[in-house]
Design a protein around this ligand. Structure first.
Ligand code: PLP
Length: 389
């Protein structure tokens, strides 16, 4: 099969070869179960996990005990939202979140409503940002937790997390942040001092799929009810046999991501800006979230008078991009993120999310501009409304 040019790095990333190499021994020779205490197979696996945990904790400047391995961000989101609600529901029942969160958060919130949670969905403005005064006003004595993603997976818009954290501290409310798209793209130097909980997935940062972790601040762990029982692993916070190769791979992936962050951020920022400039030469193109702080690799662009589904289908031979979140990309409904930003249904449906990554080159950008420009023109040529506009 002839693979198209990949510009969908926010959906997932290829596993870095160095990551894969680090993982391989733990599938074969060093395959032991880290909980097997009575022989070297178990000791080797346990040591690998301890080393990986130490590595991640020192890279992120957090305590080793603040890392809870999970299968990825979806599981972490379930664990934190359900875990905190179930543990603290005697104190209140309100959870505050944002209309532009990932579906993983929105779906869990909807589920928790059936258990009696009162979910408040904060609005965003046309730039995708929440209103800090509205957040402060919405927090009440009944609020258990605020859940705000750091960087949006569709638009790349970065929420002012430090200011959000300040409000939560003043109001004595827990703060959870989905930082799945932030790691490796934004320095997380102070982030862990701001939040009580956060979540990460290795496959967004050139690690393997099916592994991630919940950050749970030591002093906030008492507010979390364990979500997966069995086996007593991870200090009873998440049962199940440790996925040794994946944990080793994730540590390596985080290492590479953080080590290269500054240079890679500048490189991607330049490439994204070239792409943006090139695509803005197309008439009636709008960049969504342009006025906000955005991830260096993400471009969300709408084209008037174009059918988004047809555009994606036509592009798919040459270009792998998406129209929103990967989990939702089959949907014919407009992106909930864009509609929350006040973008009309038709324009939201005519939108591409283009996300660049480690293997994107300037040549790829030039190629993408040519392909998209040609395809948009083709679509418009067969749209009577375009001529009559
Ligand atoms: N949160 C955000 C912001 C994401 O981009 C994703 C993945 O698309 C998730 C959560 C869910 O991550 P995973 O599918 O790895 O569980």
């Amino acid at each position: 099969m002839n693979y198209p040019l990949y510009l969908d790095y926010n959906a997932t990333t290829p596993c870095d070869k160095k990551v894969l190499e680090g993982m391989l021994p733990y599938f074969t020779l060093d395959f032991g179960n880290a909980s097997s205490e009575h022989h070297p197979y178990g000791w080797v696996a346990k040591e690998a996990i301890e080393d990986a945990t130490l590595h991640i904790s020192s890279l992120l400047k957090i305590d080793e005990k603040e890392i809870i391995y999970t299968s990825g961000s979806t599981e972490s989101i379930n664990a934190v939202l359900k875990g905190v609600y179930r543990k603290l529901k005697h104190k209140g029942n309100q959870i505050l979140t944002v209309k532009t969160e990932h579906k993983a958060t929105l779906d869990v919130c909807e589920y928790l409503q059936e258990e009696g949670a009162d979910i408040t969905y904060l609005d965003v403005d046309g730039n995708g940002l929440i209103d800090l005064d509205a957040l402060a006003l919405a927090i009440s004595d009944n609020t258990l937790m605020v859940s705000v993603m750091y960087a949006n997976n569709e638009t790349g818009v970065i929420q002012p997390m430090e200011a959000i954290a300040k409000i939560c501290k003043q109001k004595n409310t827990l703060l959870f942040s989905d930082a799945t798209q932030a790691i490796g793209k934004i320095p997380l130097d102070n982030f862990f001092s701001w939040v009580d909980f956060a979540c990460f997935s290795a496959h967004k940062i050139y690690g393997p799929k099916g592994i991630g972790f919940t950050f749970a601040k030591l002093e906030s762990q008492a507010s979390l009810q364990s979500f997966i029982q069995g086996g007593g692993q991870q200090r009873n916070l998440r049962g199940g046999t440790y996925n040794t190769p994946a944990i080793v791979g994730m540590a390596k992936a985080i290492n590479l991501g953080i080590y290269n962050l500054e240079a890679e951020r500048d490189r991607l920022f330049n490439l994204r800006n070239h792409l943006e400039e090139g695509l803005c030469l197309i008439e009636e193109a709008t960049i969504n979230g342009k006025k906000s702080d955005r991830l260096c690799n993400t471009l969300n662009i709408s084209f008037e008078y174009v059918d988004g589904q047809q555009l994606l289908a036509a592009l798919s031979r040459n270009l792998a991009v998406s129209n929103g979140s990967a989990c939702n990309s089959a949907a014919t409904n407009p992106s909930h993120v864009l509609t929350a930003m006040g973008i009309g249904r038709n324009l939201a449906l005519s939108t591409l999310r283009i996300s660049l990554g480690r293997y994107t080159t300037e040549k790829d950008i030039q190629q993408a501009i040519l392909i998209i420009t040609k395809e948009v023109a083709k679509q418009r040529a067969s749209n009577l409304l375009w001529d009559r506009r």
